[in-house]
Write a protein that binds this ligand. Structure first.
Ligand SMILES: [Mn+2]
Length: 460
């Protein structure tokens, strides 16, 4: 369904707003990456409601964002994409999301919902979970599922919002376009097409109105701490030069979960996710941003949210005499009350019987939830896969084969993985559907896994 039904498009004739260039200052709440319905493994069932406690956490946190939008009140809410973990959330999750955003309708605060990669359905005719808000004609709601400019009349005046949803290769390129091209060449072609498409939109902008670009993408300068090797094929990165155009007074981004300001002129901002989705976000402050935008100027303030703490306790006991007291001390040193706790300790096999599990469980009882990971260290401190230990240099393909040889549960797909890796390494697109964007369910882990980075990538 591609009929543009946009109640808020208006004529871009500035004669409608003769004083706009002098007077319009629009206050915006910009939030992103809600991922409502994810992270259940870090929660527990609330016996009073029967619901997962992490689901309740996410709903509470989303509620706080909406509370703020209404209390200010802001003139406009911009959501930067990734509402749910996938495009087909369970009804209860969809309902919780709708119930919060409904409050903005009641408060008559216009809202733009941008489509992120997690919101797009990759099967059949595609579509996005958020498009239902357009189909229903929810008053004041705009769905950004294509590159388009929406002129929105707010309480404080008119503002232009250019929406740029998550782009896939198939959005901008056809199969013949990419035949015989390397991955790098395809990326370049995508960027070129995007540049042309954006140029067309930019030429139609009213230069007197405040203008915001709302986009779900990875910029070439964002930090997200993941291996470049793992990032291959996940999507293309957009050069900052495409975003830092003088026609934009504010660039509202979504996709990267770590809050960051990428440019001051114009302001280019990832607000980050509103809740910790997993341990990769343990050290990140979560929140949203409030922005004041007028033509030629924007100011923002980051508003932290009081979200549940994640806490990793990592300790090597293999060289201590009395492992249990040391372990208990390490737990007590952390404020674990109501936190999601991950205890990772290394022991020698001969120390194992000194670790009393019942005592450990007691020590961790104050946590909201916890998991315990014991890692055995042999006297020679041999790496888990000796072939992948330090001091060995092997190529990525060999590393993958070695890893797969030690993972019998992956035997079914091992050959596919090797072939895909070969194609990627050879820069050969082949049958690799770049940008079909089914989220990778299991991150690729080579040797000693870096679960934080791998899962961060999976969730973006
Ligand atoms: Mn995303």
């Amino acid at each position: 369904m591609s009929l543009p039904v946009d109640a808020f498009s208006c004529s871009l004739d500035s004669a409608d707003y003769p004083l706009s260039s002098l007077t319009v200052m629009v206050k915006i709440l910009h939030l992103s990456d809600i991922h409502l319905g994810s992270g259940f493994s870090h929660g527990r069932i609330n016996p009073e409601t029967g619901l997962n406690s992490r689901f309740e956490d996410f709903v509470t946190t989303l509620g706080r964002c909406i509370d703020c939008a209404i209390a200010e009140p802001v003139d406009l809410v911009l959501f930067g994409g990734d509402a749910f973990p996938d495009a087909t959330p369970p009804p209860i999750v969809q309902e919780a999301f709708a119930a919060q955003f409904r409050r903005l309708v009641d408060a008559e605060i216009p809202t733009v919902l941008l489509v992120g990669n997690h919101d797009q359905h990759s099967q059949g005719a595609g579509g996005a979970s958020l498009c239902i808000y357009r189909t229903l004609g929810v008053p004041g709601f705009v769905v950004g599922d294509r590159l388009a400019t929406h002129c929105i009349q707010t309480r404080s005046g008119a503002i232009q919002i250019m929406t740029l949803p998550w782009l896939t290769r198939s959005t901008l390129l056809t199969r013949p376009d990419t035949e015989g091209l390397s991955l790098a060449e395809v990326n370049q072609l995508l960027i070129d097409r995007l540049r042309v498409a954006m140029e067309g939109e930019i030429r139609r902008l009213d230069p007197t109105l405040p203008t915001v670009l709302l986009a779900h993408l990875m910029t070439d300068t964002a930090t997200f701490g993941a291996e470049r090797f793992l990032a291959v094929g996940k999507g293309f990165t957009v050069p900052m030069a495409l975003l830092t155009r003088p026609c934009f007074d504010y660039v509202a981004l979504g996709h990267v979960h770590r809050h960051q300001v990428l440019s001051e002129q114009p302001l280019v901002v990832y607000p980050g996710s509103i809740e910790r989705v997993d341990f990769s976000e343990e050290d990140e402050t979560k929140g949203f941003v409030l922005v004041e935008v007028e033509r030629g100027r924007a100011e923002m303030v980051f508003c932290p949210l009081p979200v549940r703490r994640f806490c990793t306790i990592r300790i090597d006991l293999s060289k201590v005499e009395e492992p249990l007291p040391v372990l208990l001390q390490a737990i007590q040193a952390e404020g674990i009350a109501d936190a999601v706790v991950r205890l990772i300790y290394q022991v020698r096999s001969d120390q194992l019987e000194q670790i009393e599990n019942s005592v450990l469980h007691q020590a961790l009882a104050a946590a909201h939830t916890y998991s315990i990971h014991a890692e055995l260290v042999s006297q020679q401190s041999r790496p888990r896969l000796p072939e992948l230990g330090t001091g060995y240099k092997i190529d990525p393909l060999q590393a993958l084969r070695t890893y797969l040889a030690n993972q019998p549960q992956l035997a079914d797909i091992a050959e596919d993985m090797v072939q895909t890796a070969e194609a990627l390494l050879a820069d050969d697109m082949g049958e690799w559907q770049f940008g079909t964007e089914r989220p990778i369910e299991r991150p690729l882990e080579l040797g000693d896994p870096e679960p934080d980075q791998a899962s961060q990538l999976r969730l973006l």
